[in-house]
Design a protein. Structure first.
Length: 211
């Protein structure tokens, strides 16, 4: 029998079915509506709210957020644990990064990875992935804890090609995020700095801020 993950606790309003939002006024009414278990690294919601993706050592589990009793779908493709997840803005694709160094782009409707954007890059684990607001770029933060070799990569999701590698951090890049306009990319690292990257005639780097 296939064992489902039993690791994550989703806390939602009991009135979730009625579409009531969680606010400071009703937050004390939160109750457990579903419990899953196993080893988890990251959850992610599709922007339309219909799908919950859960990354773990086994692969990626996709849950129907509107029917939590339905068994989840399992996406398998990484050879080691999945460390990061991100849905595209239109919900059509799911990007995943793994400890195997691979970046996979999944078509959610078919449960299959349409393309492998990158195979193992010198053993660098992919700690974070995020789409630009228009979905055309995928930013990937990675690193090698032993070699202190860390980079931020940008990928063109339409052409499915590597665009640029951004060097500058001295330790593991733990997260990356675009601003709402898609004009700036922020990256944070275990080196204690936050770096802002701007797109103009080329990629430029603003003075890093140290935490």
């Amino acid at each position: 029998m296939l064992r489902l993950p039993s690791f994550i606790l989703f806390l939602l309003l009991v009135t979730h079915a009625q579409g009531i939002s969680i606010t400071p006024e009703n937050a004390n009414r939160l109750e457990t509506v579903a419990v899953f278990g196993g080893s988890i690294t990251q959850p992610a919601w599709s922007l339309d709210g219909n799908t919950i993706a859960v990354a773990g050592t086994r692969g990626i589990w996709l849950y129907d957020a509107n029917d939590l009793q339905t068994p989840p779908r399992l996406l398998e493709g990484h050879t080691r644990e999945v460390t990061s997840l991100a849905f595209s803005p239109d919900g059509e694709y799911l990007a995943s990064g793994g400890a195997d160094g691979d970046i996979l782009l999944w078509r959610v409707a078919t449960d299959e990875h349409e393309v492998i954007l990158a195979r193992s890059d010198l053993g660098k684990a992919k700690a974070s992935v995020t789409f630009s607001p228009d979905g055309r770029l995928l930013a990937v933060g990675s690193g090698d804890m032993l070699l202190n070799d860390t980079v931020v990569q940008l990928w063109d999701t339409e052409q499915q090609r590597h665009v640029v590698t951004l060097d500058g951090h001295g330790k593991w890049v733990t997260d990356v995020a675009f601003n709402p306009q898609g004009t700036l990319l922020a990256s944070v690292s275990l080196d204690g700095t936050i770096r802002l990257w701007a797109v103009g005639d080329g990629i430029s780097q603003r003075e890093p801020t140290r935490c």
